[in-house]
Structures are given as C-alpha cells and as structure tokens.
Ligand binder design. Sequence first.
Ligand code: AVI
Length: 377
Amino acid sequence: MTVRISSLESGSLNTDSLDPSSLDPSSLDPISLDPSRQDAGNLTDPEVIDLHPAPADMQRLVIEGLSRSPKQLPAWFLYDDEGSRLFELICEQPEYSLTRTETALLESEAAAIAAALGQGVLMEFGAGSARKVGPLLEAMALQAAPAGATQAGPIPARPAYVALDISASHLQEACDRLQRRHPQVPMLGICCDYSQLEALPSHPLLNGQAHLGFFPGSSLGNFEPAAAQELLAQFRHLLGPGGKLLIGIDQPKASERLEAAYNDRAGVSAAFARNLLTRLNRDLAGDFNPQAFRYRARWQPAESHIEMALVSEGPQSVRLAGHTWTFADDEALITETSAKYSADAFLALAAPAGWHGAARWSDPNDDLCLHLLVQSD
Ligand code: AVI
C-alpha cells in the first residue's frame, strides 16, 4: 500500500512508500476480516496533506518560549518521530492508565456514542497512532448500514475519517494501518499543528457531510486554560455549523497517582521530555546536553495540572536558534503541563467557546470522561 503525501504549502508533490509486509495480518480486527463486510469500492492509499509549520515558525516559537520566565515551549514540539514513538511507549506503562481507560470506554460505549454522534466525517485532532477510533468507525458504519438490513429509502452516508497530526511519518503509518483495517472507510490525513489551522484544506472528503470532531486522550489538558478555550473555539470554527465534538478529559485524582503516571519507573516519561532537547539540537542547530537536565513531574493543585519540566543541573549556557540561552542552577524548562478537569469545570471552560454538553460517558472509577459537545446556538 502506498501513502501519498502532498504538500499544499510548497505546491510540490512528494511520494513516499510504506512497506506493507511489515503489517501483521493477524492483528487485523474481525470486522475487517469478514469478507461480507468488505464491500465494493475498497479504498486504499489514503492521501496525506502536509501543512506542517515551516522551520521559521518553529524558530520563532522557540525564541518566544525561551524568553519567557519560566521558560516553556509548546507541547507539540515533543512530538517528532522519536517523541511520538516514546509517547506510544508511555501509554503502555503500568502507571499511565489514561489510554487504556479511554480505549476500553470507547469500545464498551461505541454504539451509544455513534448513535449520539450521528453520521458524518469523523475528524480526529492529534490522531497519533489512531488506535482508538476503530470501534467508533465500526459502530458508525453499522448504523449507516445495519447488518442484514435491506435498504428501502435513500442509503445513509457512510462514515469517513480524517486524521490530523503534527508528525508526518507517524500519520502516514497510522492512516496506512487504519485503512487496512477499515477498507470501506474513505480516509485522509492532514499533517499540521491543528491549534493553528485557520481553515480545513479544500478536499472532496470534507464536502457535504457533517463534521464530527474527535479529540481523545485528554490532549486539551496540554494547553493552558485560556489557550484550551481558544482551541475549543477553533474546533467549533473548523467543524462549522452543526459540527459536534467528542472529547476525552482526564479527571482530577490523587496526586500520588498522577505524579507516578507522569514519572514512570521505567523512565520513559523522562526520555520523552529529554528527546525535546535532542530534537531542538537537530532542527534548530542547538548544543543542549540532555543529560545536564533532570526530569521533574509535579502536581500543582492550584492549577489542577501536572507540570513536567527539565531542570538544569548547575548553571549552564546553551546555543540554540542563533542565540545563547543561560540556565541558572535548578532553573526549569517546562516541557508541558497536563490539566485535569472535573466534568463541571470542563463544561464551564467549553461554554464561552460556544459548546454545551449533550451527553457524557465515564469509566467505573470515574477516572476519565468522554464528553459529547454540541454547539450552543
Ligand atoms: C498527550 N497528552 C494528553 C499526554 C498527557 O497525559 O498529558 C502527554 C504526556 N506527556 C507525558 N505523559 C503523557
């Protein structure tokens, strides 16, 4: 299978191939192995449109972030190829239950969620490996064409899927794998910083059907509250009138549990943070020594967030993006924050952005909540 990458920015067309032999057919889910469900018009070769921010934008954001006090960089910088790989590993750590909890909830509630969502194009913001969306796509397809049903009237639209993510190669792999599992679902990838995307690219897949946003993983928590509210308003703008948003939000819980989740014993969270410095060295001609910083994750109750930081071991200066940056002993570079919202706190954040809650689902321990938001007017 070939995944085509097209860059709208440069106007050039780039073609890349992935080796399908690396995919293990035994890992395919039963629905895609059932020939009766693989109807005509199988769609392979999902297109990936490349709208990745230009290096000049990265340089500007780094200069802005390192000029702040305390120093802090946008969380999406963590997700180069290696960062995306390390994040996948974090999701498998015993201390980090968020992904497992949300995946199980999406599986058990897929039919109810699909019924509440209705039909349309499912657009996943920050799709990453796109491993959570499968049950939803299956449930939506079943609702469009229930097994064994004979269609009298017009055939309801089948679901389509659009994945948006910052890591181009990760996105390629995710679209490729998902398309193999769901050959009947039209798919498109958009490589971008979705928080800065002014408009969706023009593409036939995005015409006609309702736009249904999917923002799992509590990634909203990685934005400061004001930016999180702006992002919710931005989603409303991107999804357009009638758009809905299904969003996963991690709830506040015991600080010991949260600090362990963000500082796993295997050291993957620390490696994930340090990889930011390796990435900056590579992309912006830096000379950070990642080992000269220790990793710290701490719960800050007043902000209801975990703050993750690399803390300078001694005074040091670093060259990056054409500037010299000094770090005092013990000075922190905040790599990201991860806010936790109760259901009420989240809905209060969403209201000024033009959303209200239509339904919600949570796991038996009430660790995480999936909210379905609809537009307020
Ligand atoms: C992607 N995001 C929701 C993760 C979180 O839980 O805040 C990022 C993460 N960083 C370290 N561990 C997990």
